[in-house]
Design a protein around this ligand. Structure first.
Ligand SMILES: Cc1cc2nc3c(=O)[nH]c(=O)nc-3n(C[C@H](O)[C@H](O)[C@H](O)COP(=O)(O)O)c2cc1C
Length: 162
């Protein structure tokens, strides 16, 4: 089972979230690749069972760099059916658009036919950090990663990019 954690970050908050999610997935026994989205080799996208994408909130939505990746992922449209997906975001303000950022990423993953995971506790659509990567955000990232790992193991046992 292979996971991809992609992020964009200028001041480091979203990167810390990405690193924490990647580390927690590894602790669950999943092999993980972590990339800044601007350095991701797109041709490897179909090799992942789980794809988690994070962005800072820019004007209430994802950074242009993340949108560019999603637009370019059309090259693999149809190939990601049934893969597991997740999203996370950071923002400066509590209601500064972090939920809309997460949802706009999840919309694209759904259009790929992916299965996305919500959370009944905490941030329902995916982890969010507000202003800083604090203990609450860290715990959310860890819990989300554990739940994504469980779902991936249940839905894609023994599969690697198939
Ligand atoms: C161009 C730009 C637009 C932003 N727009 C918003 C916004 O709409 N709402 C908000 O709460 N924060 C906004 N921010 C703040 C960032 O979302 C926030 O600082 C984020 O945590 C940065 O993530 P990073 O440390 O991973 O780069 C904006 C920042 C920039 C540079």
């Amino acid at each position: 089972m292979k996971a991809l954690v992609l992020y964009y970050s200028r001041t480091g908050v979203t990167e810390k979230m990405a690193r924490t999610i990647a580390q927690s997935l590894q602790e669950e026994g999943i092999s993980v690749d972590l990339f800044n989205v601007t350095q991701f080799p797109l041709e490897t996208l179909p090799s992942y069972d789980l794809i988690v994408v994070g962005s800072p909130t820019y004007y209430g939505t994802m950074a242009a760099e993340v949108k560019k990746f999603l637009d370019e992922s059309v090259r693999f449209h149809g190939d990601l059916e049934g893969r597991i997906g997740g999203a996370f975001a950071s923002s400066a303000n509590p209601a500064g658009g972090n939920e809309t950022t997460v949802l706009s990423i999840l919309e694209a993953l759904l259009i790929h036919g992916m299965v996305v995971k919500g959370m009944s506790e905490g941030s329902h659509y995916g982890p969010v950090a507000i202003e800083e990567f604090d203990r609450r955000a860290e715990e959310e990232c860890r819990t989300y990663a554990r739940e994504l790992a469980r779902l991936t193991k249940a839905l894609r046992p023994g599969k690697e990019g198939q």
